[in-house]
Design a protein around this ligand. Sequence first.
Ligand SMILES: NC(=O)c1ccc[n+]([C@@H]2O[C@H](COP(=O)([O-])OP(=O)(O)OC[C@H]3O[C@@H](n4cnc5c(N)ncnc54)[C@H](OP(=O)(O)O)[C@@H]3O)[C@@H](O)[C@H]2O)c1
Length: 258
Amino acid sequence: MKASELFELSGQVALVTGASSGLGARFAQVLAANGARVALVARRAKRLDELRKRIEASGGRAVVIEADVRDRAAMTRAFDAAEKAFGTVTILVNNAGVAHSGRALDLSEEEWRRVLSTNLDAVFFWAQEAARRIIAANKQGAIVNIASVLGFGVSKGVIAYTAAKAGVVQITKALALELAFKGVRVNAIAPGWFMTEINDAYLKSEEGKAKTREIPVGRFGQDGDLDGALLLLVSKAGAYIAGATIVVDGGQMLALRG
Ligand SMILES: NC(=O)c1ccc[n+]([C@@H]2O[C@H](COP(=O)([O-])OP(=O)(O)OC[C@H]3O[C@@H](n4cnc5c(N)ncnc54)[C@H](OP(=O)(O)O)[C@@H]3O)[C@@H](O)[C@H]2O)c1
């Protein structure tokens, strides 16, 4: 089979959370470029609309859905709106996420809950909703959760983030175990450092720039470095992959292990 056929997504309807910037905006563009119709979800609707225009200018199809991923009613409305525009969502990219910095002893309950509700609770509830709808529609689907290398290792000052991302790796496996035989494959991608709004202030600092020395490939991740992993997991090419977390980090985790 030709590579283009293996990764072809026409007929698929994708929903990407956190599509208003960074990795999510790229995921939406890649899915649209390979034939999926894409629902763009985030809180900043103006940004989503700019992305929709770019996707449509390149011949793709997209719809803007403003939603806070922590709001269950907004979640239901988002799936309804995507379905109304394009049909049942068959690909979910659970990408929305927030970061925080602060040592464990100083972390407020509010900050802990903000990070966990966005980076873990929402990942579960959006996956659950997507899977229920795919199964009810008698379709097959793929869910990709965006974890992090911090789902495996820890770092000082990010305790809530690392707890949430480890949870994402685990719920990816647990959901895959329950859903694969129903036709819904659940997998994850664990990126290393990619410069986006979530971390650009830090990565541009002297301390941040020095982080490249910890990466065997010798640079931070850049636009395009996650395209292959995403397309593999959502397409026919990944038909036999379930419960996996693909680490895309330029070898950073190897270096951390010495
Ligand atoms: N960049 C990295 O180095 C890196 C590494 C590992 C993992 N990740 C993960 O990759 C994902 C994307 O991050 P990024 O690097 O692309 O950061 P980013 O540029 O800051 O994007 C984060 C996205 O999440 C959305 N979001 C945050 N809270 C939300 C909420 N309550 N409801 C709806 N959307 C929300 C934001 O949209 P609005 O503000 O418009 O709602 C934005 O589109 C995150 O899960 C992050 O943890 C990133």
